[in-house]
Ligand binder design. Structure first.
Ligand code: SP5
Ligand code: ZN
Length: 320
């Protein structure tokens, strides 16, 4: 088998509530959403043992100010703290509460993705990192969108420091504003994202097609927003553009930020991808790109059945 996985669902970390549309709702980012995927990976592929990495890896993408905020606030908090003033608290929404366990869980999620990345690099195999909390909304200075540390970005920087050109393809329903923020001025890391149009969907303040990168990194950021209810026809067209951009960049390593909240049955995302479409997506990627190192990082996806079937079909398409 060409695929190995590294997983930890951090089951002790369960955010309870968030504010959606002015009302308290149950926070959908919980461990049970990924349990079927974990079983599937365990039954079909070999596991990689996770290592503990130093905090310095996290500090290569996040500011000390934000890192220290998380440490301090998680030590002080009782129960669950929702940010009171966004951007004064180093958190920008109510999906991202602070609990005692959060620093440990967020650090562990980074370690899972770094372990999968190191293994892919050393063994030249494809690896899947299944963990939570997810990462792609976490910015240099702020957490948000259920994300505390940007798992994929820490791993992308780890590869970058080994001298590689790295591309991040973000297939979560939501724009990965955090990953974009972290690499916006970095010409060695390409960020490409297909997502719900931010004029209508979270994260609202970024994900527009006019955001292309800055300075000598201009052209290394590509946003492809799509309207509500986009199906595989629209999605396939977007994926073609994304793949062409990746080809032109010629990366040594590719990280896929894989969210299954693009599935029609996902309760948070608003696309209309069907289960079998994920095979098409997986095979389009592997048929058109030759890349030495490939790491898939799980992001969003809030229906445990669609998480399972999307991952299963995506890997079936990808591995051929
Ligand atoms: C990692 C990730 O997928 N984060 C997504 C964060 C989205 N948070 C805002 C969601 C608000 C959408 N409300 C949908 C109505 C469900 N009742
Ligand atoms: Zn998402």
């Amino acid at each position: 088998n060409r695929l190995f996985f590294c997983a930890d669902l951090n089951e002790y970390f369960v955010p309870r509530k968030e504010i959606d549309n002015g009302k308290f709702i149950r926070n959908p980012e919980n461990p049970s959403r990924l349990k079927l995927v974990l079983n599937y990976l365990q039954e079909n592929f070999q596991a990689i043992q996770p290592f503990e990495f130093g905090e310095e890896h996290i500090l290569k993408v996040h500011s000390e100010k934000y890192f220290n905020y998380l440490v301090k606030k998680s030590q002080e908090v009782e129960d669950e703290y929702l940010p009171e003033v966004f951007f004064v608290d180093q958190i920008f929404d109510t999906g991202t509460p602070i609990k005692k366990e959060i620093f440990f869980a967020a650090k562990r999620a980074v370690d899972i993705v770094l372990s999968a990345t190191k293994y892919a690099f050393e063994q030249k195999v494809i690896t899947y990192a299944l963990t939570r909390p997810p990462g792609h909304h976490a910015m240099v200075n702020y957490g948000g969108g259920y994300c505390y540390f940007n798992n994929a970005a820490v791993a992308a920087r780890y590869l970058e420091e080994k001298g590689m050109r790295v591309a991040v393809l973000d297939l979560d329903f939501h724009h990965g504003n955090g990953t974009q923020d972290i690499f916006y001025k970095d010409p060695n890391v390409l960020y490409v994202s297909i997502h719900g149009d931010p004029r209508k969907f979270y994260p609202w303040f970024s994900g527009y097609e006019t955001e292309c990168g800055e300075g000598n990194a201009y052209g290394t950021n590509l946003n492809i927003p799509l309207p509500e209810n986009s199906d595989i026809n629209a999605y396939g067209e977007a994926l073609k553009k994304a793949i062409q951009k990746l080809k032109d960049f010629k990366p040594d390593a590719l990280m896929i930020s894989f969210g299954t909240d693009t599935h029609i049955k996902d309760p948070v995302g608003r696309f209309a991808l069907l289960s079998e479409d994920y095979k098409t997506i997986g095979s389009s990627i592997s048929n058109s790109l030759v890349i030495d190192y490939l790491i898939i990082v799980h992001e969003g996806g809030y229906n445990s059945r669609s998480n399972l079937v999307a991952v299963k079909n995506f890997l079936a398409g990808l591995l051929g």
